[in-house]
Design a protein around this ligand. Structure first.
Ligand SMILES: [Zn+2]
Length: 116
């Protein structure tokens, strides 16, 4: 399943951050899931619950936020949110647009418990 390998690589990132910071525990993780990433936030949560077991990240709070799909028109330079996957510039009606936000899945923040 796509979500499993995705979550595994997120957990790998979290672990390398934890090691780099020499933190005992991971308190929370915030993941940004793009609306157009093809990733289902519920499945990310399920995969996280399974994969996090017996890792140093276990017990961390998972916060998933979703980012709407945003695009820029190559003709007029306007930026707009794409609704219902309708890829047309609302200003000049061009279809020559590029997605600038909402495509990927990003590890946004990792909150660590540091030794004092
Ligand atoms: Zn335009």
């Amino acid at each position: 399943m796509h979500e499993f390998s995705l979550v595994q690589s997120l957990l790998d990132q979290v672990e390398s951050i934890r090691l780099a910071e020499r933190a005992e525990r991971v308190l929370s993780i915030r993941v940004n899931v793009g609306e157009f990433s093809g990733v289902e936030p519920d499945l990310v949560r399920d995969a996280f619950d399974m994969l996090v077991e017996a890792t140093p990240t276990q017990g961390a709070e998972l916060d998933i936020i979703t980012t709407p799909l945003k695009a820029r028109c190559r003709d007029c330079g306007g930026e707009f949110y794409v609704e219902h996957f309708f890829f047309e510039c609302p200003t000049c009606y061009s279809r020559d647009i590029m997605v600038i936000q909402g495509e990927g899945v990003i590890l946004e923040t990792v909150e660590l418990e540091l030794d004092s």
